[in-house]
Design a protein. Structure first.
Length: 179
């Protein structure tokens, strides 16, 4: 079964929305983290909001190497309201029951599946016990406002897998759901 890993930038107060507004440093260690995580993945899962934001940016971006990777990698979008994902190449719309769609995707042959952005989707995946690992890049900043990763969720015990500080003061942590 394929491994499903979510990676998010997050502030000390739990904000994951608009990291471009509060992420003041991007050091080499963060770049290495993203490269390591994405190199193990050959598919990406997105929620509707992240898909619409990313589809408006990445297809024409020259921010390499990520732009080339994200544009060529198969993307799966979970949505009950989108009618099409035709605007971004290599994108498939997943509709219907979330648990069944994601379980079917995880059962297909291939490498890891990454969850990009999509905090609402991440919460749902955790609640449904479908997420294998949650990787957070915790930035040393209080954002003060914005959507938080866990505002109103269910109790979920996680186990620490890894924790490492970076030169800019960001801490990279990895958790697995306790099963």
């Amino acid at each position: 079964m394929r491994k499903l890993v979510a990676s998010l930038f997050i502030s000390l107060d739990g904000v994951v929305e608009a990291p471009d507004q509060w992420q003041f440093a991007f050091d080499d260690e963060m770049g290495e983290e993203i490269t390591t995580v994405t190199s193990a993945q050959d598919a990406i899962l997105l929620g509707r909001v992240s898909y619409q934001e990313w589809a408006g940016y990445w297809p024409t971006s020259d921010e390499e190497p990520f732009a080339g990777w994200i544009n060529q990698t198969p993307k799966y979008v979970v949505s009950t309201t989108l009618e099409s994902t035709d605007e971004w190449q290599n994108t498939t719309l997943l509709t219907g029951d979330l648990a069944k769609a994601v379980t079917d995707l995880k059962n297909q042959p291939g490498g890891g599946i990454g969850v990009g952005g999509s905090p609402t989707l991440v919460r749902s995946l955790l609640e449904l016990d479908l997420l294998d690992e949650l990787r957070l890049l915790i930035h040393p900043v209080v954002a003060g406002k914005g959507a938080k990763l866990f505002e109103n969720g269910e109790l979920k015990k996680l186990e620490l897998v890894e924790a490492k500080p970076t030169s800019s003061g960001t801490v990279i942590v990895a958790y697995r759901p306790a099963r």
